[in-house]
Write a protein that binds this ligand. Sequence first.
Ligand SMILES: [Mg+2]
Length: 240
Amino acid sequence: MRAAPVGYMCGVTIRAVVFDLDDTLFPEATYVASGFRAVGEALAREHRIEGFGERAAAVAAAGARGDVFDEALRRSGVAEDDLRGLVPWCVRRYREHLPDIALFPEAHEALENLRGKVKIGVLTDGWLVAQQGKVAALGLAARVDAVVYSDSFGREHWKPSEVPYRAVAEALGVAHDACVYVADNPAKDFITARALGWRTIQVARPGQTHPAVAPSEAHSAEVSALDLRAAMAVLAGWMG
Ligand SMILES: [Mg+2]
């Protein structure tokens, strides 16, 4: 049995709530830490290189982004000549590891509270195998109606491509103006959702990975909330 649609805003009923994944439903930093640990364990086991996980965490904490693996391997005593082969090996291990991560406590509440009231979706960016690992570790497939991975349409259709937004609305069977996107990164999450007619709520937690400041007015969400619980209170107001 399905609950009746609830709430009205501008004459349009909200029928679907779609969540971003990283730093919206779970803390992205915990995935990074989990990945460094997994790669460190694999390096110790298969290459007898010790201490990589701790070094990678330290390099990342110092602000490095693109070359964390290279630098952590150098600090672990790997010669320059060996980096070219070992870095891609590490990247693959990182993306393919089954992460040790957990939903934010308020994400459990949100998913539970919305269940039966609206369709629930997840729309996530990033390398397919990595995002699939996150969804599996979090047990999300059983708790939502659709999970859309932008990477399944190719790298050129990562957000803000409209392709994955259209795909999730279609998978949920809901018109764009009845969708809400709840997400954390104004650089890419909201501009297309808004252009398609979705409503948008930004979760702007202190300490999140990506800057909470929108690069332009068009990139900003309709409303900003300090955590998912506050975002759900906004949503409840819209739903009446
Ligand atoms: Mg995110």
